[in-house]
Design a protein around this ligand. Structure first.
Ligand code: AHR
Length: 470
């Protein structure tokens, strides 16, 4: 088969790499989740702990408590029992909003970082509680002091991570030196305890780009994933309506992250609203690992409608969602688009062709290509009676269908030519092959960039008809 035989990281080494938190495999088997993951839980965090449990937390619409869930699977979080581990009504620490809790295991204790209004709703500062006990849902929680920083101003969305043996805290804070103290910039500092930081602190990002200044001048909701020799920090920007979007900062592994110059900022958002998939204001994400440890996942919130009446902050419909995070050949993350509700999509990588994928084209025949935006190579495999159909993720409601010239084109009203019988890969049972239900004996076949449905007459043909779901 005429393909560029790119390097395929084996699944075994991917598991080792993932466990070690080092370079994530370029290629890992598909994952399957059903969105929405958790309704009305904004700023979602899913933490895969060493005990094998997934822990979930997020902002509740009333902004008055900290809740936790846990499950052995990510999908199980959807209907897992939810426990209130801190209740503003039972504390004297603060009377205002409770925002964006994050659960972290540091040393031998649990810590939850969250924003809390000290003397009023918006007199917001970073607060920490410490939990003793293996299971944070039943731990004994004690309150720690508010986290002091260089300025006594509006500060929120604390996240902590360890990089090269150093523990850092990153948070959003109003900076009196910028925008006259309006909005928030991203600050970072080393930590000398789970509730204290080393000063002076560093500003690693300002809401300086146009897409960061719509409605509010905001950089907030940071979270870190470390892969491929780099530290990737996502954050969210603008007002929490459909303008909310995810940005990306990157620093080299091993750098002193309190040196602002080591951070490079993407000039465009890496995840933003998508009208076609009906996902608006995606943001305030976290990252976690799939159950097999082979795929990185991004967990974030979004609304399924664009127009909001009143202040977006008081709209409860920011729901928690999950989807796979892909990696480009240069080691950078490809966030794609916020996928539609329902079953998450897969990519179809051609047998023996490195990183070449079946790609849908809006008004042209499908092709086999590498190095293209991930969303153009994503398909939801939809059951259609005893058959399946391949629905284009970036064009929901449109399916690959066999045209008269045997090419595959997207159609909005699928018929028998869009029906396929999915079977084990003809050249490798670990893969999949798709036989046309309307043309028995003919299969989706990719070779040298060209994708057709055709009868197979050789082992080489079988290879061209074999794909791996990612
Ligand atoms: O969801 C409440 C707050 O809204 C979060 O702390 C912040 O990230 C967002 O602006």
């Amino acid at each position: 088969m005429l393909c560029n035989l790119g390097s395929i990281v084996t699944y075994a080494s991917a598991a080792v790499a993932a466990f070690a938190g080092l370079a994530m495999a370029e290629i890992a088997p598909a994952v399957s989740y059903n969105n929405t993951l958790v309704y009305q839980r904004a700023d979602p965090q899913v933490l895969k702990h060493t005990d094998g449990w997934y822990y979930f937390t997020g902002s509740v619409p009333a902004y008055d408590k900290v809740v936790l869930r846990r499950s052995q699977t990510i999908q199980g979080l959807s209907d897992a029992e939810e426990v209130t581990v801190w209740d503003r009504a039972k504390s004297t620490a603060g009377v205002g909003y409770v925002w964006a809790p994050e659960l972290h295991w540091i040393g031998d204790k649990w810590y939850i970082y969250f924003a809390l209004g000290r003397r009023s709703e918006f007199d917001i500062r970073m607060f920490v509680i410490e939990g003793e006990g293996e299971n944070p849902l039943t731990a004994a929680w004690t309150e720690k002091p508010f986290i002091g920083t260089d300025y006594d101003t509006f500060s929120l969305d604390a996240t902590t991570f360890e990089a090269d043996g150093v523990r850092y805290l990153c948070w959003a804070q109003a900076d009196p030196r910028y925008d006259n103290g309006a909005g928030t910039s991203l600050f970072l500092a080393k930590m000398d305890s789970p509730w204290t930081i080393v000063r002076p602190t560093t500003v690693v990002s300002r809401p300086a780009l146009a897409w960061e200044r719509i409605g509010h001048f905001v950089n907030e909701g940071a979270y870190v994933i470390q892969r491929n020799g780099r530290i990737f920090m996502t954050y969210s920007a603008s007002a929490t309506d459909h303008n909310y979007a995810v940005g990306l900062l990157t620093a080299p592994q091993g750098a002193d992250l309190t040196d602002a110059s080591v951070w490079t900022k993407a000039q465009q958002p890496v995840l933003k609203s998508n009208e076609r998939t009906s996902q608006y204001g995606p943001g305030h994400n976290s990252f976690t690992l799939s159950e097999d440890g082979l795929s990185d996942l991004i967990v974030y919130h979004a609304r399924q409608y664009k127009d909001i009446v009143g202040e977006p902050l008081y709209n409860p419909d920011r729901h928690a969602r999950v989807q796979k995070l892909y990696w480009r050949e240069d080691g950078t993350p490809d966030f794609g688009i916020p996928v539609p509700d329902g079953l998450t999509p897969v990519r179809l990588r051609a047998f023996g062709c490195g990183r070449s994928y079946l790609k849908h084209n809006e008004n042209a025949a499908a092709t086999l290509e590498g190095g293209v935006p991930v969303e153009l190579t994503q398909f939801r495999i939809v059951e259609a009676g005893d058959n399946v159909r391949l629905e284009a993720t970036s064009f929901p409601g449109r399916f690959l269908s066999v045209a008269e010239d045997a090419s595959l084109r997207l159609v909005a009203e699928p018929g028998a030519d869009a029906d396929f019988v999915q079977a084990a890969g003809l050249a490798d049972e670990a893969g999949v092959s798709f036989e046309s239900a309307g043309r028995p004996g003919e299969f989706i076949h990719a070779e040298s960039g060209v994708v057709v449905v055709k009868a197979l007459a050789s082992d080489k043909d079988n290879q061209g008809a074999t794909f791996y779901t990612e």
